[in-house]
Design a protein around this ligand. Structure first.
Ligand SMILES: *Cc1c(COP(=O)(O)O)cnc(C)c1O
Length: 389
């Protein structure tokens, strides 16, 4: 007997990176020296002080019981203090902050609390796949906002048709951006907050890369702007900042009604973030910026190395000011074919841009999450491959 799956499963393709993983194993099986630049998962370990805080908390029996659904107050207070120190914003830790099992969890669930079938989400294209996937699962519609190179990879809010706006419930923005590595200044966030207030839309800001920034760039928060809390919910992750992807912890901060709706949904579904992990995350936020500059420096040196090798090979790559990605325009425009041929001929695995949305076509994303010498080697292979093509 073959199992009849629910209709909604037809809207769920295997997660983008599951497919890329398969390609990598194929190349390895053929004996190629594979360098994978596909995934946005830091190769650096979690700083040892954070690990030790987690180890101590692990031994505390209080943490062996169910945690508070929305996150313990010590964790939420630490998040509020961090937002204050980092951005100068004041949030009510109890009403305006909720702990998440990684921000992916909160991002996935936001459409469940904001959208009815037929409602529209305004979603950056290319973008983190979770925004559109969750929207579709609940019967919402996705209106793509193309991020074009000529606009600095910012969405054209003024160009959204009125009939779309009438049904729009949420505008997703993500800067520093994955996958384009673009940044947005305070002026952009000001426009986005104003736009959402004017049209009665929730502004959902994904700040996963806020701390991975170079050359003096400091990412702003939408919550810094007057009136922002009326419409804004911001997702802050510890994954990229502290190399804590595996720990699964982050938080949402902003509009009290949205935060409390998220907490209500979650209390019916999961049982919160493991207390020991909350405590490790708390110690990370309390000691911020700590050794962050050393980590950021590693990514900066890698960025410089990759850019240098690509330039040496005759290419003209961008020099990203934030994130650990490089968004490279490829000749010919067929990113899928390019990525396939590249891994087949050189063993270098890159993420085809069209996997992040239709406007990602013609680009590939390279991650700086491998050691510098491997990144240089990958850069040389990519440049040689392009010179021959
Ligand atoms: C990595 C990433 C996240 C998710 O991080 P979590 O580990 O779930 O906190 C969210 N948004 C973007 C754009 C990311 O790249």
């Amino acid at each position: 007997m073959s199992v009849r799956l629910a209709g909604r499963m037809q809207k769920l393709a295997p997660y983008l990176f599951a497919e890329l993983d398969r390609k990598k194993r194929e190349a390895q099986a053929r004996g190629l020296d594979v360098i994978s630049l596909t995934i946005g998962d830091p190769d650096l370990p979690t700083p040892s002080a954070i690990v030790e805080a987690g180890q101590r908390a692990l031994a505390d029996p209080a943490n062996h019981r169910y945690p508070a659904y929305a996150g313990g107050m010590p964790f939420r207070n630490a998040a509020a203090r961090w937002l204050k120190r980092r951005y100068g914003v004041d949030l009510d830790a109890e009403k305006e902050i909720v702990a998440l099992i990684g921000t992916k969890e909160g991002i996935f669930h936001l459409p469940f609390v904001l959208m009815d079938p037929g409602d529209v989400a305004l979603v950056p294209d290319p973008g983190y796949p979770v925004y559109s996937i969750a929207t579709r699962l609940i019967g919402g519609e996705v209106h793509w906002l193309p991020l074009r190179e000529e606009n600095g990879f910012l969405p054209d809010l003024a160009g959204i048709p009125a009939e779309v706006l009438a049904k729009a419930r949420v505008l997703w923005v993500n800067y520093p951006n994955n996958p384009t590595a673009a940044v947005a200044d305070e002026g952009f966030f000001r426009r986005a907050v104003g736009f959402c207030r004017e049209h009665g839309i929730i502004l959902a800001v994904d700040s996963a890369y806020s701390e991975i920034a170079f050359d003096g760039y400091r990412a702003p928060s939408a919550l810094q702007l007057p009136g922002a809390k009326e419409v804004t919910v911001e997702f802050h992750s510890l994954s990229k900042t502290y190399s804590m992807c595996g720990w699964r912890v982050g938080f949402a901060a902003g509009n009290a009604e949205v935060v409390s709706a998220l907490a209500r949904l979650k209390s019916n579904m999961d049982s919160g973030v493991f207390g020991a992990i909350q405590q490790a995350a708390l110690s990370a936020m309390e000691t911020w910026p700590g050794h962050l500059s050393e980590v950021v420096d590693v990514y900066r040196r890698r960025r410089d190395a990759l850019v240098e090798e690509l330039r040496r090979g005759g290419l003209n790559p961008p020099n990203p000011r934030a994130t650990f990605y490089l968004w490279l325009k490829i000749p010919g425009g067929d990113d899928q074919a390019f990525a396939g041929a590249l891994v087949e001929k050189t063993g270098v695995l890159v993420a085809p841009g069209s996997g992040f949305g239709p406007s990602g076509k013609g680009f590939v994303r390279l991650s700086l999450t491998v050691p510098e010498d491997r990144l240089r080697e990958a850069g040389r292979r990519v440049a040689r491959f392009l010179a021959r093509a």
